[in-house]
Structure formats: C-alpha cells, structure tokens
Design a protein around this ligand. Structure first.
Ligand code: NAD
Length: 381
C-alpha cells in the first residue's frame, strides 16, 4: 500500500514523505506571495527548518521567519509575531512546528486583521462572530510533531501570561486551508517528545470517544486513531527513522483533533492549569494524568472501553485495557507522577478551581467538582 494521498477531510491534506517540497505550490494555490514562516525557538536552528525555508526561498517566496515562540505560547509572543507580520507586509503564514508554533501562527493570521483584543475571541458561545472573517490571512500548516493535531483544528490555545490560564481562541476560518503532513519532518523528534506528543494524540481520541455527546463520525475516527497509536507509537519511539510509523502517528494526530470536536474531558481539564502554571509539556502532562482519570471515570465509560478494547485486540475488557495502558506508558518511560516534571502541591486548590472552569471539563462523562479535581490532583502529583 502506498503511503501517499490527497485528502480534503477535514481540510485539504497533502500527506506523504518529502511533500514539504510542495510548499511553493501550496502558496500559489492560496495566492500567498510573501509568506511569514512561523516556527518555535527550538526548531529554528534545525536542518528541517532550513530545508523548508530553502524550498520557499528557491521558489522566490523569501525566507522571512518568526521564531520567538516557546512551548505554551502567550499573548506577548503573539504581539511580537503580529509586529513581524505587519513590518514585513506579509500576505499569509506557513505554520511550521508542533502545537505551540502552529497555534501561534494561526493566531497571527487571524489577529492581524482584527481590531479587538485576542481574549474577546475566546471559545465562549458565539464570541467568534465578533471577528471580521474577511481579513483572516491564508494559513498553510506543516506539523513536525504528531500530537496536538492543531494543523486540522479551528482553535488555538493561548496562555494568558497575567492570569496563567490557558484560553482557547476559536474561529472556523483559522482551520488551515492546506496541511502538508510530511513524516520525514518528525524523524529527528527526540524520544521523550515523541512519547508525550504521541500519547496526546491517543488521549484526544480517547477523551472524545468517552465524552457523552452525540457524534458518530467522531467515534469512528477516534477508534482508528487509537489503533494507529497503539500499533505505531512504540515503533517511532524506539526508531525515530521508521517512516511508516512516523506517518501513521501523523495521521493519528490529525484524527485525534478531528475527533475531539465531540469534546474532551478530565485529562485536559486537569492538564491545562498545570501547563499554564508550571509550563510543563502538554502531551506528557496529559499522559501522566490519564490512568487516574480512566479509573475515576470507570462507572460511566466501562461499556465503551470494553468496545474499544475489543477493537484494539486487547483481551480482558476494561481491566485488560487499563493494564495495557499502564504497560504502554511504562514502555514509553512516562513518569507516574507530575512531581517528576516539576509540579508541586503548593497550588493544588488553585489548580482544582481552574480545572473545574476549564472548557474541557464539560466533556467529562462524570461531573467534575473542585473536591473531585483536588482528589485527582492529589493522586497524580
Ligand atoms: P510543542 O509545539 O510545544 O513542541 C515541543 C518541543 O518539541 C519544542 O521544543 C519543539 O522545538 C520540539 N520539536 C517540535 N518538532 C520537532 C522535531 N520534528 N524535531 C525536534 N524537535 C521538535 O509541543 P506540542 O505538544 O506539539 O504542542 C503543545 C501546545 O499545543 C500546547 O500549547 C498545547 O496547549 C497546544 N495544543 C493545541 C491544540 C489545538 O487544538 N490547537 C490541541 C492540543 C494542544
């Protein structure tokens, strides 16, 4: 079977090894003549970035880059990116990186044409209709991790540096118009990032699959997304150059983000405050929280998890799935507690309050209260 394809669901996706070479063609399709290449500070010095920028430069599209993006980006980084966009008179963005860079690039394309504060476009009710959709610049997304699936999402996560709260900024038109999924770009991703981001993809599908809302398409996508992670994440973790495994993980990431239109749950509700307050890696934070949430949600999700276990070829129903999950996390060297990644218990009451107010909390199959979330934090920190 050939691992090359063109898809238009959920957006136009050019999938396959080496396809980053098609960046100029994608720019032409969207009528971008002066792209701003947005990536993060860590990626800026890597050969894959030089390669992608070289492709643009050779095609006469310049080599303008903005790389002042750090994990869990905030509004200060956005302000700098917007200035760079305006100063360079750009007419579109290439979002190159993991969730942090892709999210921020999407917001640059969005905010460069708006007049209100970015916080006025939080994913609350119909706040997105406050935006002028006609001024949103075209976006090409090129993921280099396989986790968040931001490349196929209509939202960006932005940390408010003053309140230390992660906010979801939503507009249907920040869904990138073209995505280039090139698994060769993920080859150099270190094992620890491969593990955390890969489990993030799994958790997106898992939480969507368990959330109580009606969305049968999401259910199907989530199931197959989880199977791809089960069968490929360890391979990519052990041998980063396994292009087939890297490719399947890129698919799984996009599928997770497509599936979570149905909703997320307690893992993300617990993880967002921790990421915002302690600046921990998003995927790894989720991965550490997952087993406790699976145990807690058991009364509401047991039947679904049994279906999932059967699909994944795991014997023993719920318990079999749970044992597999714990073993899988161990094989990927996921720590058992958040204290291993720098989280302490000093702010546990604040975290619990923030978790209950997080938008992901509403998708959890069991209602989260401050007492419940505090008990969950006590288990996982
Ligand atoms: P990330 O973008 O923060 O990247 C993590 C690290 O990996 C960075 O240091 C980066 O330089 C490095 N890296 C990326 N690709 C690499 C490669 N190919 N080789 C070597 N190093 C590489 O991590 P992430 O988990 O992809 O994104 C997390 C962010 O995404 C968080 O802010 C989170 O809140 C957000 N998020 C967004 C959505 C969404 O729908 N928009 C969903 C989930 C999470």
């Amino acid at each position: 079977m050939s691992l090359v394809a063109n898809w238009s669901y959920p957006t136009a996706i050019r999938f396959g090894a080496g396809r980053v070479a098609e960046l100029p063609d994608a720019c032409a399709q969207l009528n971008i003549k002066r792209p701003l290449f947005v990536t993060d500070a860590g990626l800026a010095s890597l050969p894959i970035t030089a390669q992608a920028l070289g492709v643009l430069e050779t095609a006469g599209l310049g080599n303008a880059i903005f790389s002042e993006v750090f994990p869990n980006p905030d509004e200060n980084s956005l302000a700098k990116g917007l200035k760079r966009y305006a100063d360079g008179n750009h007419d579109g963005v290439v979002a190159f990186g993991g969730g942090s860079a892709v999210d921020l690039a999407k917001l640059i394309a969005f905010m460069q044409g708006q007049t209100r504060s970015v916080w006025d476009y939080e994913d609350v009710g119909d706040w997105w209709t406050r935006a002028n959709p006609d001024t949103i610049a075209p976006i090409i997304a090129v993921p280099t991790t396989s986790g968040t699936g931001s490349e196929v999402g209509r939202a960006s996560v932005l940390t408010n540096s003053k309140s230390h709260v992660k906010k979801i900024i939503f507009h249907p038109k920040i869904l990138p118009s073209i995505v280039i999924c090139d698994p060769e770009l993920a080859v150099g991703m270190p094992p620890v990032i491969t593990a955390g981001t890969g489990l993030d993809a799994f958790i997106h599908s898992f939480e969507a699959f368990c959330s109580p809302f009606y969305h049968p398409m999401s259910q199907g996508i989530a199931l197959e997304g989880m199977r791809l992670v089960k069968d490929n994440l360890l391979k990519a973790y052990k041998d980063g150059s396994d292009i087939e495994a890297r490719g399947h993980m890129m698919s799984a990431a996009a599928m997770g983000a497509t599936a979570f239109q149905k909703g997320l749950g307690a893992v993300h509700a617990l993880s967002h405050p921790v990421g915002a307050v302690y600046n921990t890696p998003h995927g790894m934070t989720n991965a550490i929280a997952l087993p406790a949430v699976v145990r807690f949600n058991r009364p509401a999700i047991e039947d679904r998890v049994c279906l999932l276990a059967a699909y994944l070829g795991i014997e023993g129903g719920f318990d079999g799935f749970y044992d597999w999950l714990v073993g899988f996390s161990r094989a990927l060297n996921v720590p058992e507690k958040l204290s291993a990644i720098g989280v302490d218990r000093l702010q546990i009451d604040l975290l619990a309050q923030m978790a209950v107010e997080d938008p992901s909390a509403g998708g959890n199959p069991i209602t989260l209260t401050p007492e419940i979330t505090k008990a969950l934090y006590e288990e996982i920190i």
